[in-house]
Ligand binder design. Structure first.
Ligand SMILES: Cc1cc2nc3c(=O)[nH]c(=O)nc-3n(C[C@H](O)[C@H](O)[C@H](O)COP(=O)(O)OP(=O)(O)OC[C@H]3O[C@@H](n4cnc5c(N)ncnc54)[C@H](O)[C@@H]3O)c2cc1C
Length: 420
């Protein structure tokens, strides 16, 4: 086993993959090792795999101009060639939005589904391996220094290192930044709920797979799933070792439809002095939800929420409740655990959404809490290509250069451009 590599890439998500393909397109003889702590490849492409090809979706605007992002998006699309989904009746929905000061973005979108995403991953990793890239899974990087990596019982050195550990590698990235003495800000977090309802109550998904509504007060819809759609939970561990869950959603494109839709309603929270850590804030909210949910996320029916009462097990039976939650959670009262300012902004946006697409506030609709997005771990970059040290680059959702698959891939390309 080589101990020294020309290129080391931590993370086999879209950011790492984009970087690996770009290196090879510039020098096909490059010696590249990709490491991932998971036993399967490859990061967030596994989940639903919706790809958005319109700025600004997925692109933090502090790092990406429209023209620049569009240039990279064209390159990502040429590489991945996903089938783009048609949209219908956009003007009808946009007209309804106008009177409410809500924006419905017109996004070029593809949807492979969780099953289609897996096929893509296999294809991409096989291509990389054929081109000579070594991919090692189930290999967690424990520590990073300026010229070496520490894994369990092993140390590797590199000429160039790309760190792309995604959102779940948030804490690892923070420890790497501390080790490398890179200043960073972590003051933004998205907090909200995941909504699950029957497709008949949110029929826009037949016209537009993942409709992106932007409301006032920095609330937006995010990551809509339909077809065979499921709500899932992701486990996170706090700095002190306590676990908490954030909900999320995905869909299979090739399985029998289950008639359900889910999407997130998220509010972006930007923290200022004296509390500057979005991660700390998110952990506190996550643990509070876990405390009241007996270790699980909380779910509440809209019907109960409107009446100001908690949901109980029997809230999920009866003729108005014709579908079962796809994620088993604790029936409860999200207004007991969600900060009032966030809840108010999200509920107001839900009411506006119900005016645009009547039905979403049907009593059977479920609101799951918490959905938390940690991505704004913003390192101080030394150049325009996400370099943080002479030979180290940090990219993808973990480093805050992206918030989605296509932008993560674009970050990988942009970083490598700065190396040649
Ligand atoms: C359930 C779910 C559904 C989603 N659906 C969509 C969608 O439909 N469309 C969309 O655009 N985005 C979606 N996203 C977001 C998308 O997955 C991310 O934006 C994208 O994957 C970010 O890419 P990345 O390469 O930065 O990180 P990731 O894809 O998260 O990859 C990072 C990789 O690094 C590895 N890693 C972390 N720490 C270490 C370490 N210390 N050592 C070794 N390896 C490490 C991780 O195991 C992981 O495989 C979804 C996310 C989730 C969780």
């Amino acid at each position: 086993m080589n101990k020294h590599w020309e290129y080391l890439i931590i993370g086999t998500g879209p950011a790492g993959l984009g970087a690996a393909f770009e290196i090879l397109s510039r020098d096909k003889n490059s010696k590249i090792l990709m490491l991932d702590r998971e036993k399967f490849s490859t990061g967030g492409l596994r989940n639903d795999c919706k790809m958005n090809f319109t700025y600004p979706v997925g692109f933090p605007q502090e790092y990406w101009e429209r023209e620049q992002a569009t240039h990279y998006l064209n390159r990502v699309e040429n590489m991945l060639k996903p089938p783009i989904k048609a949209k219908q009746n956009l003007d009808v929905y946009q007209n309804r939005c106008a009177s409410l000061n809500v924006e419905l973005l017109d996004i070029r979108q593809a949807h492979l589904g969780t099953d289609g995403g897996l096929e893509l991953i296999k294809e991409l990793t096989a291509q990389l391996q054929e081109m000579g890239v070594t991919i090692e899974l189930g290999r967690e990087v424990l520590e990073v220094t300026e010229n070496s990596l520490r894994l369990e019982e092993e140390e590797l050195t590199f000429d160039k290192l790309i760190i792309a550990p995604g959102r779940k590698g948030f804490r690892f990235l923070q420890s790497a930044m501390k080790n490398l003495d890179i200043p960073f800000i972590d003051n933004i977090v998205d907090v909200g709920i995941r909504v699950e309802t029957e497709e008949q109550h949110y029929p826009i998904v037949r016209d537009y797979y993942d409709p992106k509504f932007h409301f006032q007060e920095k609330v937006r819809t995010f990551c809509t799933n339909s077809g065979c759609a499921h709500v899932v939970r992701e486990k996170y561990t706090c700095r002190h070792g306590n676990p908490y869950y954030s909900v999320n959603g995905h869909a299979y494109s090739k399985k029998e439809p289950n008639g359900l839709v889910n999407f997130a309603m998220l509010k972006t929270v930007r923290l200022t002095e004296p509390l500057a850590s979005g991660q700390d804030f998110a952990e506190m909210l996550g643990q509070q939800a876990a405390l009241l949910g007996g270790g699980k996320p909380i779910m509440q029916r809209v019907g109960d929420f409107r009446l100001g009462r908690r949901s109980k097990a029997h809230s999920f039976t009866g003729d108005l409740y014709s579908f079962k939650p796809t994620l088993a959670c604790t029936p409860g009262d999200i207004s007991l655990v969600m900060p009032a300012k966030i809840l108010r902004a999200i509920w107001k946006s839900m009411k506006e959404l119900d005016t645009i697409i009547p039905g979403i506030l049907h009593p059977s609709t479920i609101m799951y809490y918490p959905e938390i997005k940690l991505y704004a771990n913003k390192p101080q970059f030394a150049d325009d290509h996400f370099r943080v040290k002479e030979n180290v680059w940090m990219i993808g959702d973990g480093a805050g250069t992206s918030r989605g698959i296509t932008a993560a891939w674009a970050s990988g390309i942009r970083a490598v451009e700065g190396m040649f």
